[in-house]
Design a protein around this ligand. Structure first.
Ligand code: URP
Ligand code: ZN
Ligand code: ZN
Length: 459
């Protein structure tokens, strides 16, 4: 057995903070105490630092074939980058091809991660269609620990499902104990606007945003919640970007409807003006939904503080500039997505905790505890307690970083946050008791991450 002792840190969970020590036996937290003096094989001094549960990012796309290319991080580079940023668990998306079984899709994504992932990982399943056979398979997937399914109201001809299929999948999710995650944008309306813009010769990256209005996100969010209400199941809106969409979630929650939503750092820290950067630079920010007006970001922060938004994930889906250039002369061909798995905790610490928008506890809640509960990983993940996995971050609240793609570890030749200086970063990161990052150096092993068989939602 390997034992590890973390001493003198300020231990912060979603609910508590105290000065103390953590004793780890192999992969598991064995004991918490004010002072633990037992001998240990590995000793970590956390004086002056926080100790938090490892970050959990429930929205990543490693090695995703999309938009005529493939996202540039695979499970090795992407999870190593995640670890550098203090994230010790990801939930990525397996994708079902039309006519393909869910099991085949799951096996394909398991093979992509096997031998590569440096941190633990689970999968949601993207369904492109609903058939009775796929409905039967949803139960099998839940049995394998894939307890959430993502459906799309956008990307006609690629991912988009009609309302009847969405509704049927929702009803089935209720029967099998799964959660439906929804990409809520009105794909039909957006498609018309895109064709009209291109016909007018409006081809620059900014038209990606101008053809995806906030109201199209709000309409789809409202419809997703209404369909879930009729099906009598909860619904989780992914990558919510618009205040108008948040208002739909808030209205439903105020009526006691189990509607949940995540937002992402890009919607809190970047805005429409990024699309106005000269030349083709706006392509770096092409993602769906798009960046919105800066004036409405305060609404998202209020939603996060008040629990109308429960989680911050990243929607990490990086493409290098040469891939973005597939859309030179036609914004609709720019692959949608941006890098972010490494920068989430530090952005939220710097721009959320340090500015007083959220408390330290809320930061831990939205970046680790709530994701663990929402997606069936708690209390193994998402907290610091005896019996929990020793996924821990010794967080230096004073460490200063200036972002650049050269110093970040994501396999992407730009960072949307390049030049931004933030305060707060991990000094040491442990995954199931093993140190995987120390003072900026990766000490882990590709392939040591384990597949997480998730349970249904527990909050
Ligand atoms: O632009 C995005 N969001 N790319 C990833 C795919 C998705 O819809 O999540
Ligand atoms: Zn999406
Ligand atoms: Zn996504």
């Amino acid at each position: 057995m390997t034992t590890t002792l973390i001493k003198n840190g300020t231990i912060v969970t979603a609910t508590d903070s105290w000065r103390g020590d953590i004793y780890i036996e192999d992969e598991t937290i064995a004991q918490l105490g004010r002072t633990i003096e037992w001998p240990a094989d590995v000793n970590i001094d956390a004086t002056g630092r926080l100790v938090i549960p490892g970050g959990i990012d429930v929205h990543t796309h490693m090695d995703l074939p999309f938009g005529g290319t493939t996202s540039s991080d695979d499970f090795e580079t992407g999870t190593i980058a995640a670890a550098h940023g203090g994230t010790t668990t990801i939930v990525d998306f397996a994708v079902q091809d039309r006519g393909e079984s869910l099991r085949k899709a799951w096996e394909t994504w398991m093979a992509k991660a096997e031998g590569k992932a440096a941190i633990d990982y689970g999968f949601h399943m993207i369904m492109r269609e609903f058939t009775p056979e796929l409905g039967r398979e949803m139960k099998d997937m839940v049995g394998e620990g894939v307890t959430s399914f993502k459906l799309f109201m956008a990307y006609p001809g690629v991912f988009m499902m009609d309302d009847a299929s969405i509704f049927s999948a929702m009803q089935r999710s209720g029967e099998v104990g799964a959660t439906i995650c929804m990409h809520a944008e009105n794909g039909g309306v957006i498609d018309v606007l895109v064709r009209q813009a291109l016909a007018r010769g409006q081809t620059d990256p900014k038209y990606h945003a101008l053809t995806r209005p906030a109201r199209a996100e709000a309409e789809a969010t409202h419809r997703a919640i209404a369909l879930a209400e009729i099906a009598q199941v909860p619904v989780y809106i992914v990558h919510l970007s618009a205040a108008e969409a948040l208002a739909m979630v808030t209205e439903a929650r105020d009526r006691g409807v189990p509607a949940y939503a995540e937002t992402c750092p890009q919607y809190l820290f970047l805005d429409y003006q990024n699309y106005e950067e000269p030349g083709f630079a706006g392509a770096k920010y092409v993602m769906s939904p798009p960046l919105r007006a800066r004036e409405r970001q305060a609404d998202l922060w209020r939603g996060l503080a008040g629990d109308d938004l429960q989680i911050v994930s990243t929607d990490h889906c990086p493409f290098c500039i040469k891939d973005k250039e597939l859309g030179l002369g036609d914004f609709s061909k720019i692959p949608n997505g941006a890098p972010g798995v490494e920068t989430r905790l530090t952005l939220l610490h710097d721009g959320g905790v340090r500015t007083g928008r959220i408390s330290l506890h809320r930061w831990v809640q939205i970046c680790s505890t709530a994701p663990a509960k929402m997606f069936g990983m708690f209390p193994k993940k998402g907290t610091i307690a005896p019996g929990s996995d020793a996924d821990l971050v010794v967080w230096n609240p004073e460490r200063k970083l200036t972002f650049s793609h050269e110093t970040l570890h994501m396999r992407c030749d730009y960072s949307p946050y390049a030049g931004r200086t933030v305060v707060g970063a991990p000094d040491v990161v442990l995954s199931r008791g093993r140190v995987i990052v120390e003072d900026g150096a990766f000490k882990g092993k590709p392939g040591s991450g384990r597949f997480l068989r998730r349970a249904p939602r527990t909050n």
